[in-house]
Design a protein around this ligand. Structure first.
Ligand SMILES: [Zn+2]
Length: 339
């Protein structure tokens, strides 16, 4: 019996010493201490032991059992230590390695300039108004003094959703929407997308952006319009910018004008950028037509105002010397990364 116990103890020591993970450890525990284990089998064999020897043999079995349990606990700690050491090793951070670049997106060139424009006008006391891109014919045309049979409709190839609903062809409808809701003094810009059914080429896109401006108050004159727009041009293109106003026609302003800036490349001498003209057109403007004020619920006898519309794409193309409008919408990272 004693030899048998010694044999079991030695076998347990050998197997446990070789156990290098939790599973092997558990296998050894089951083999020696489990219900069908070798020590349990010996206990079951006690009935064959002479009665006077039983206490001594029982004690011996218990001693061996306790010793095996102790070895298991020790080995368990060894395995845990090894696992921890391995984990620490694997997760070591080498602080001398070069860092990984965090790739951050960039602002789209249209938004770079739009944000600058907004900042300039906010600095001049304007606030920002936003309106629907799917617009009623009333706001896009009728209320702007452009009735159904007006020739001005032919110059704007319109996407019609129904007879009375269009994709807005201009942000000017916002003039009416703002005046209907707000009483003067009014001083807003309304930037946004507009749509025209134009064929796509280097200077045309069915989607582009405008920034509408509107000021209505008592005693607003053409000189106020010229002053603000000249100030705006100097802030955007530089202090030495020279501007000029040319008479023009828009149905919803009277008088109307277009504002040019002297070409910033050739300073008026004429070059390919300004197509030899020496001037670059940057916006349309004028005094709000009394009919438009009236339609919007504002008394033209009491109030007057001016409005202007800036083409964002054209402004950005001039600013960054971009020669094809399509580049803005193609999402080519090689293009977008340059700004
Ligand atoms: Zn030029």
């Amino acid at each position: 019996m004693k030899e048998k116990l010694q044999g079991i103890l030695q076998a347990a020591k050998d197997q446990l010493a070789a156990a290098n993970d939790a599973r092997a450890l558990d296998e050894a525990r089951v083999r020696f201490l489990g219900k069908k284990g070798e020590l349990t089998a010996l206990l079951k064999g006690m009935k064959d032991v002479a009665p006077e020897e039983r206490p001594a043999v029982g004690q011996l079995i218990n001693d061996v059992r306790a010793e095996i349990e102790t070895i298991i606990e020790k080995q368990k700690k060894v395995i845990e230590q090894a696992a921890l050491a391995h984990k620490l090793e694997a997760e070591t951070i080498d602080v001398t390695l070069p860092g990984e670049d965090v790739v951050i997106g960039k602002k789209h060139p249209l938004n770079i300039v739009l944000d600058e424009l907004k900042e300039i006008f906010i600095g001049l006391g304007f606030s920002i108004a936003e309106g629907p891109e799917v617009e009623l014919d009333h706001y896009n045309f009728e209320a702007l003094n452009i009735p159904k049979d007006h020739p001005a409709r032919d110059t704007q190839d319109t996407f019609y959703i129904s007879d009375n609903v269009v994709l807005r062809t201009q942000t000017s409808g916002m003039q009416v929407r703002v005046m209907e809701k707000k009483k003067p003094p009014i001083r807003i810009i309304a930037p946004g997308r507009v749509y025209r059914s134009d064929a796509v080429d280097a200077t045309h896109s069915p989607l582009f952006h405008q920034i509408e401006g509107l000021v209505v108050d008592k005693g607003i004159r053409m000189s106020d319009l010229k002053g603000i727009l000249e100030l705006f041009a100097k802030k955007l293109y530089g202090e030495d910018t020279v501007v000029r106003f040319r008479p023009h026609h828009f149905p919803f302003t009277e008088p109307s004008a277009e504002m040019d800036i002297q070409c910033y490349r050739c300073h008026g001498a004429g070059c390919p950028l300004c197509k030899g003209e020496g001037w670059i057109e940057i916006l349309g403007c004028g005094m709000v037509h009394p009919k438009v004020l009236e339609t919007s619920g504002i008394d033209p006898e009491e109030y007057s105002g001016y409005a202007f519309g800036i083409g964002l794409e054209r402004t950005v193309m001039g600013r960054f010397k971009i020669d094809d409008i399509r580049l803005f919408y193609e999402n080519d990272v090689r293009f977008l990364e340059q700004f």
